[in-house]
Write a protein that binds this ligand. Structure first.
Ligand code: PEP
Length: 251
């Protein structure tokens, strides 16, 4: 059966010493605590090795926020999936709306990234979500379906089953404006139906679908109570241990 997961996305925040201190604090808070979900932090590339050194990954999973769409070679400034895997990290966020919006990521590049992540034993946390205009003009279900079909439906059922999906309405990211629990549930149920249509009910039922977008300790419990919401991808609130743990404990 699918897992409940709360994953932090630190984005481009914290220096290495600050990030190591935050990771240690979260790791300490989780040790000995009883949680009803897996907990992961996705950190900047520079932080992967020093954070891996100070956390217990049986308690707190570690991931990157991106990886390259090539395995190796003359791609100055890029970091490959094998490099990420060699740090000990087990997860990688792919297709975040900030990457799509500011760095021109397309379904084609994302297909490459997903394939390389899987080849290297990394679990992609694959992000999808509509912009405000698409929410307002009513095309959001079609937009999200196309994002899934175009970037992921080349995968075998076995490989698709290795993914975590994150529904992140772009209008809710970092804006303080959260989707209502009912809006999140409607979209998550839609996503599960799209998966079932292609891969069958068992794969769909086993896929963890996280909600992301201004999730906080005060709204997490209501959102997580919905049957198709299996946790959260957390930006701003992942940067303070108390807030992040408040969301983890919302389960
Ligand atoms: C995100 O960027 O993945 C995110 C959910 O951000 P925030 O929680 O800050 O809206």
């Amino acid at each position: 059966m699918r897992k409940n997961i709360v994953a932090g996305n630190w984005k481009m925040n914290t220096t290495v010493p600050e990030g190591v201190a935050l990771a240690k604090e979260v790791n300490e808070a989780l040790k000995g605590a009883t949680t009803k979900c897996d907990v992961v932090i996705c950190v900047p590339f520079t932080h992967l090795v020093p954070v891996a050194d100070v956390i217990d990954q049986t308690v707190l999973g570690l991931g990157a926020e991106n990886c390259a769409d090539h395995k190796s070679g003359a791609y100055t400034g890029e970091v490959s999936a094998p490099m990420v895997a060699s740090t000990g990290a087990k997860y990688v966020i792919l297709g975040h709306s900030e990457r799509r919006q500011y760095y021109g990521e397309t379904a084609e590049t994302l297909r490459e990234k997903v394939a390389l992540a899987l080849e290297n034993g990394l679990t992609p946390i694959f992000c999808i979500g509509e912009v405000l205009e698409e929410r307002e003009n009513g095309t959001y279900n079609d937009v999200v379906k196309a994002q899934i079909v175009d970037a992921l439906f080349n995968l075998s059922a076995e490989d698709f089953g290795k993914l975590i999906l994150a529904y992140e309405p772009v209008w809710a990211i970092g804006t303080g404006k959260t989707a209502t629990a009912d809006q999140a549930e409607d979209m998550h149920a839609h996503i599960r139906a799209v998966i079932a249509e292609k891969y069958g009910k068992e794969v769909a039922d086993n896929t963890s679908i996280l909600y992301g977008g201004s999730c906080k300790p005060s709204n997490a419990a209501e959102i997580f109570s919905k049957p198709d919401v299996d946790g959260g991808l957390i930006g701003g609130a992942a940067l303070k241990c108390a807030d992040f743990m408040g969301i983890v404990n919302a389960f």
